[in-house]
Design a protein around this ligand. Structure first.
Ligand code: PGA
Length: 263
């Protein structure tokens, strides 16, 4: 698990349920899932819809589980007249450790741009939430050879004003948009190159220590069949899993494969 500077990067596998599961379904998932991952030596987090955060938080606490709670979105303000939004304090209060920020579905369907994502990152970090910042190129951008330009543009804008200490706490998920929910996973080479590019860019923006301590995930059609080989890549420290995280046993297999790959 340690890299070339001897820094430990604890692997992190996150379930992003998106807009799925009623409260009953969420409870049933957690009850089936927790016994499968009790002894797992990596970090695992579940990002349910807001409606299930409180219930899952209580189950995790009462069962003393090491599984962590994540939110799928956050507003940047501490409170105020923002109908329908949820603040970093509210998430922290519920016991969330992580929050997904800048997912491509939020960029595409809800008009989130880099300056807004930047505000969300700063607000989350100020309230001890660890942002999982999602970046990635569309198919069109990949076709015209703009992949790394896009990653650079997103990261430079999203991280604007973040201190070195703040940047080293981040998790960055490389999620090629064309691989999300399509069943078409990036090749191992593309996943490693994307993760490696992100780390190099962070080194340029900050320094080697920051880039070596920052965790980079891969996301986009991860399943139990490809989790091991993706996690075996040197620059991939974790996985952000959508569709395949909806089934407790399938997600447990992914977590187990990820743990095996890093040990
Ligand atoms: P997917 O989603 O695993 O269903 O492709 C990943 C994500 O959107 O984070």
């Amino acid at each position: 698990m340690s890299n070339k500077m001897g820094v430990m990067r604890v692997p992190l596998v996150v379930a992003n349920w998106k807009m799925h599961k009623t409260l009953m379904e969420a409870q049933a998932f957690v009850e089936a899932f927790l016994p499968q991952v009790e002894e797992i030596p990596i970090e695992v987090a579940i990002a349910p819809p807001f409606t299930a955060l409180s219930t899952i938080s209580m189950i995790l606490r009462s069962s003393r589980s090491r599984v962590l709670l994540a939110a799928q979105n956050v507003h940047f303000a501490p409170s105020g007249a923002y109908t329908g939004e949820v603040s970093p304090q509210m998430l922290q209060d519920l016991g969330c450790r992580y929050v997904i920020v800048g997912h491509s579905e939020r960029r595409e369907h809800f008009g989130e741009d880099d300056p807004l994502i930047n505000k969300k990152l700063i607000a989350s970090l100020e309230h001890d939430l660890i942002p999982i910042l999602c970046v990635g190129e569309t198919l069109e951008e990949r076709r015209i050879g703009a992949t790394y330009r896009v990653l650079e543009r997103q990261l430079v804008a999203d991280l604007k004003g973040l201190t070195k200490e703040q940047a080293s706490r981040l998790v960055i998920a490389y999620e090629p948009v064309w691989a999300i929910s399509t069943g078409e996973t990036a090749s191992l080479e593309d996943a490693e190159q994307g993760a490696c590019f992100i780390r190099r860019l962070i080194r340029g923006l900050y320094d080697e220590e920051t880039s070596e301590s920052l965790r980079v995930q891969y996301g986009g059609s991860v399943k139990s069949e490809n989790a091991y080989e993706l996690m075996a890549l040197p620059d991939v420290d974790g996985l952000l899993v959508g569709g395949a995280s909806l089934d407790p046993l399938a997600f447990a297999r992914i977590v187990q494969a990820a743990a095996q790959a890093k040990h």
